[in-house]
Design a binder for this molecule. Sequence first.
Ligand SMILES: [Zn+2]
Ligand SMILES: [Zn+2]
Length: 356
Amino acid sequence: MKKTIALVLCFLLLTLCAVPAFAAQPSDSFGAYDHVYIIGVDGAGAAFGQVNAPCFDSIFGNFAYRHDAHTEEVTISAQNWGSILTGVDYKTHGFTNTSLKTTERTSAADNNSIFYYARKAMPDAELVSFNHWSAINHGLIETDIGVNKSNYSTDPEVVAAIEDYFDAGNAPKLMFVQLDSVDHAAHTHGGFSDEYFTAVRRADMFIGRIYNAIASHGLMENGLFLLVADHGESKYGHGGFTKEEGAAVLAAVGKTVNATAMSADVHNRDISAIALYALGIEQPAHFVSSVPADLFGSEVRDVPGVVGIHSQTFSTADLDDNPTFVRKFTNFFKSAYMKVMSWLVTLPGTLALKLK
Ligand SMILES: [Zn+2]
Ligand SMILES: [Zn+2]
């Protein structure tokens, strides 16, 4: 009899122990991360899949990525960064490139950014945003919620500032970065140009340096590192409706991220839902962005450590680190040239310019 009671007690004890153990299974990635880092590369589209991108491969290769996530229907920066950071579609938030530059945004506005929700959930958290295109810090991320914002006039300056920031011992809960020189290369030289692809390879190196700045300080153990583009580029830049403009990279690496291509139906705006989910913040009901079903798994895996950085120099892309007025000048001649060329092919008969 005593034996039976002891056995029953043992069984009860085991059951009691087993229940919380099951509840703590890592299959639930909700709130499993202390840090979320979002790296945005303007105009990168699907191009990291079209060049030799060793940093991309080392960081995301065994985790989740897709090169052709859907963009918003309008392939312009404000419309897409707006959706990526607010979780709603471009019609709902209504941002334009001009509105971001002219209208400073506070938390009283509709369709708050994920920084607003992060601040509400974590009043003392370090939140930070490094931008090349300053319009995002001005008109998209709320100015009254204590986000540590800074703007730079070139991508190399953005990356150097991030390295200094982590070297100084900072550990942000939520970080957003926007790199702009890939888009500059497309505006100046066209989306399928050597200069564009060179700028993409250089951006790959920047992503590696940012990842290393984080990983070398032990901040990837509970960190989720995300890469996203606002839109792709056609031969003439972006804003149109080509397949290339409407495709964007979406990539994730973190301890519970699956090795997956994600479903074909993911959107670049899903970044907002993924970020809040990883930080354990309930998604606002009005969001149309969602966490891809196959993104997080039950297995906890090691994330890559510091990755190798290639030591190439990127002279052709350096043009795009020139001051704005130089870019405006070269862009003006480029677009004038394209206008003349496209007019010449419309001339009648033998006068028309034809490709040889
Ligand atoms: Zn853009
Ligand atoms: Zn652009």
